[in-house]
Design a binder for this molecule. Structure first.
Ligand code: ATP
Ligand code: MG
Length: 421
């Protein structure tokens, strides 16, 4: 029996890596053009970190975390998201007190979800956080940066939804209003929502159950209970987005799936990917640093799902190829093989961004040419006995019917330059 991957975990094969790397490079370049710096974090943290930050009554903590005991009987968890680790790292390394930090990181996240298209158990995020900034200017900048990414990648059909969750006090008032409202309609609530009615009523607004839509639609909205500062910040954010010509929808039911958010929350959503439409989501989390043991530090961040970004990109773009060799070198006999080694090294020295494959493992001249063709290479360089005698190699185009040209040993580099620029 063939071994399988664990459900929801995917191998990313060489043919897709070109697109992944290209998209990652663009996103990194843009983030760095806004002054963000890379930080790399462990994939596992103490379970407690995620419980305290994401919140005990959330889907992630209740049923999606990969949690284990290590050999020392300590409970550890594969990170389901990066913000908690980012904040932890900020506190651990003393990066936050009286400082401003713009940080990005990228890598796998783990959630025990129901696998389907666009939803996996190991998935990848590009994640960035601005800590020590009270907003709303930085809130706007983070959103404008996303818009720039879509623009550079020529991705259309992404809409921006924004909302404000207010500060702690105003949210507490709203929370009570929500509990009162949903309590009046208890018979319409599903079990999940009944369970959350007292502990985390905002989460009910995030329900994906279609039967709940109508009752959720009529629920009171946070925006009617915003404190003055949150209201001012939200107005300013909207002005800054208008000024940058960025269209958005105010979605009063956007609450996000994690407990640590306050004030600005936002999501970039597309209809082109079916049900899994959230490509990039984020928000402000002014209370989290203090909650995790640091000094109060306002902060905001977002996370982009790379699988979803790749899928969206592939709808309207060719795959970015990086597996095809530019030149496949075939040799006939020992002398030619020696020459082939020298030549391949010389070419790699002169053209560090091109891909050269020197035939390995022998084979008849004919079978080597077959391999060259199968590799999809653009050209074969042929070093046969005749070529050796004449101090030449043959350049054979493999992807069209043009004739082979022979080039003397000294002119090979010039010829490659001519072909590949
Ligand atoms: P969703 O509503 O789709 O479950 P989420 O609100 O749980 O998303 P976040 O925790 O905000 O997502 O993560 C940020 C981004 O990571 C999402 O916008 C999405 O693009 C991506 N993402 C989240 N969960 C998964 C998953 N299981 N598989 C693939 N991508 C994911
Ligand atoms: Mg989710």
């Amino acid at each position: 029996m063939k071994p399988k991957t664990i459900r929801g975990m995917n191998d990313l094969l060489p043919e897709v890596i070109g697109t992944w790397r290209y998209l990652e490079r663009i996103v990194i370049q843009i983030a760095e053009s806004y002054g963000f710096n890379e930080i790399r974090l462990p994939l596992i943290e103490r379970t407690e970190l995620f419980k305290r930050s994401i919140g005990a009554d959330t889907d992630i903590v209740e049923k999606e975390m990969y949690t284990f005991k290590d050999r020392n009987d300590e409970s550890i968890t594969l990170r389901p998201e990066a913000t908690a680790s980012m904040v932890r790292a900020g506190i651990t390394n003393g990066l936050l007190h009286n400082q401003q930090q713009k940080l990005w990181t990228m890598g796998p996240m783990f959630r025990y979800e129901k696998p389907q298209k666009g939803r996996y158990r190991q998935f990848h995020q590009f994640n960035l956080e601005a800590m020590g900034y009270k907003g709303p200017d930085i809130d706007a900048e983070l959103i404008i940066m996303c818009a720039r990414i879509w623009k550079v990648l020529n991705l259309k059909n992404l809409r921006l939804e924004i909302n404000s969750l207010g500060n702690q006090e105003s949210r507490a008032i709203y929370r009570n209003k929500l509990i009162a409202y949903f309590s009046e309609h208890k018979n319409e609530l599903d079990q999940n929502s009944l369970d959350r009615l007292q502990s985390n009523p905002l989460r009910i607004l995030d329900s994906k159950n279609p039967d709940m839509l109508s009752i959720i639609k009529r629920a009171p909205i946070m925006l009617d209970y915003l404190d003055d500062e949150s209201k001012r910040d939200f107005d300013m954010l909207r002005l800054l987005l208008d000024n940058a010509n960025i269209k958005y929808i105010v979605n009063p039911r956007l609450v996000r799936g994690l407990d640590y958010y306050n004030k600005t929350v936002f999501e970039w959503v597309t209809d082109d990917l079916g049900a899994q439409g959230a490509v990039c989501s984020g928000g402000r989390y002014d209370g989290l640093v203090e909650k995790l043991g640091g000094r109060a530090t306002p902060a905001i961040g977002w996370a982009m799902g790379i699988e979803r970004l790749v899928s969206l990109y592939e709808i309207s773009n060719e795959r970015v190829a990086n597996t095809v060799p530019h030149i496949y070198i075939v040799t006939d006999g020992d002398m030619a093989l020696h020459k082939g080694f020298d030549l391949a090294e010389e070419l790699r020295e002169n053209f560090p961004t091109l891909r050269f494959k020197l035939n390995m493992g022998g084979g008849s001249f004919k079978s080597q040419l077959k391999r060259a063709d199968k590799s999809q290479a653009f050209y074969a360089i042929i070093i046969g006995t005749e070529e050796m005698e004449n101090n030449q190699v043959g350049f054979k185009p493999l992807r069209n019917n043009e004739a082979q040209v022979n080039v003397s040993f000294e002119d090979i580099v010039t010829e490659v330059k001519k072909i590949f620029g």
